[in-house]
Design a protein around this ligand. Structure first.
Ligand code: FAD
Length: 334
């Protein structure tokens, strides 16, 4: 049997390693557009206070997987799934046959439609290549003994984490948040107040109830337009995530917010499974956190190796905002 996996995040890599541990004979090919190896996505939001992050973020070079008899095609963008002949197509035209296909393409940053016009004016922090681009931009200021002045649009988990890390690294940061409290979807109101104080104490300027309308470039500043207009050196949009459904949609698989799967992680095609940020369970939920994703991937590897029966059920888990100096009093909503 040939198992093909698309994506080298925690979902794809955990599945590949577990399946290899359970089955020495089947062929496993992991196809990924990444170049640097399997990296820790949560560590992206510590990307400014840690000088050696571009090395330490790598959890496993692809050669380590290859040594484990997992074939890895890196720098390889999958552009189509042909369900009729059970193959995928890689940019450049190469086709690869599969018996079972595991979709683990993760998620991209969600860009609210009104902001899409201005995509050249802002950064996101969703991948290692995003972090490298942000670090290069920031280094330009440091090389001239300057500190960039940042605007971050979005006071959710990632916006708060990045704001905190940039402030700890010594930059000036303003957060624009649409709601009347930070991380309102995850935190109890008193924890939002605590978080606000922690960020303010680290020098972050937090602006709540901000309806950001547009961005523009004025000379060397990027302007954020709300009721007033303010100029910054750099702009980061952190407004949530969007599962990468596109390949599945083009192939005619059932999708909703993510790729729809049953409780055995199987899509509407019996040869194709989905895991991680991209998978939407029958209860409508996406389990977009490391712990449940690893659990899903291991469950599916055991299931396909004939060592697991029944259905995947999510483990009990909690999460934590990696904001320097912040500990919530109440458990988070995840
Ligand atoms: C800044 C940040 C901080 C976070 N902090 C935490 C945290 O503290 N705790 C926590 O539990 N979770 C955290 N998360 C969420 C967590 O990182 C994700 O839920 C998890 O990484 C998703 O794993 P995945 O394998 O599904 O997808 P991903 O990690 O996104 O991996 C998908 C892979 O597929 C590849 N790919 C996509 N499309 C294609 C294609 N067409 N062809 C080839 N390759 C493709 C991508 O390049 C990528 O390597 C954070 C996320 C971010 C962005």
């Amino acid at each position: 049997m040939h198992i093909v996996i698309i994506g080298s995040g925690v979902a794809g890599v955990s599945f590949a390693e577990k399946y290899r541990a359970l089955s020495a004979d089947d062929d496993i090919t992991l196809v990924t557009r990444e170049h640097d190896g399997y990296y820790s996505r949560p560590l992206l939001s510590r990307g400014f206070s840690k000088a050696d992050i571009e090395q330490t973020i790598i959890l496993k070079p692809f050669n380590k997987l290859r040594e484990n008899n997992i074939k890895v095609l890196c720098d390889a963008e999958v552009t189509a799934i042909n369900r009729a002949d059970k193959s995928i197509v890689i940019l450049g035209g190469q086709a690869l046959q599969y018996d079972k296909l595991i979709l683990a393409q993760g998620s991209s940053a969600f860009i609210p439609p009104p902001f899409r016009l201005y995509e050249k004016l802002f950064f996101c922090l969703n991948s290692l290549s995003d972090l490298k681009a942000l670090r290069r931009f920031r280094q330009g200021f440091l090389d001239q003994n300057q500190r960039p002045d940042w605007a971050i649009v979005g006071g959710g988990l990632i916006g708060c984490e990045v704001a905190s890390d940039l402030a700890v690294a010594g930059d000036k940061v303003t957060v624009f948040h649409a709601m009347d409290r930070l991380m309102e979807r995850q935190l109890a109101p008193e924890d939002s107040i605590l978080l606000l104080k922690v960020l303010q104490n680290s020098g972050v300027n937090v602006l709540l109830n901000q309806a950001v309308q547009a961005f523009s470039r004025e000379k060397d500043k990027i302007c954020v337009k709300t009721e007033a207009t303010a100029g910054f050196d750099g702009l980061i949009v952190a407004c949530g995530f969007k599962p990468r459904n596109e390949l599945a949609e083009l192939a005619g698989l059932e999708t909703g917010r993510g790729i729809k799967v049953n409780q055995q992680m199987q899509t509407s095609d019996t040869s194709i499974y989905a895991l991680g940020d991209v998978a939407e369970l029958p209860n409508g939920k996406l389990y977009a956190f490391i712990l449940p994703i690893r659990n899903q991937a291991i469950w599916l590897a055991e299931f396909l190796a004939g060592q697991q029966q029944g259905f995947w059920t999510p483990p009990v888990f909690t999460t934590k905002a990696k904001v320097h100096g912040f500990e919530a009093v109440h458990p988070y909503n995840v």
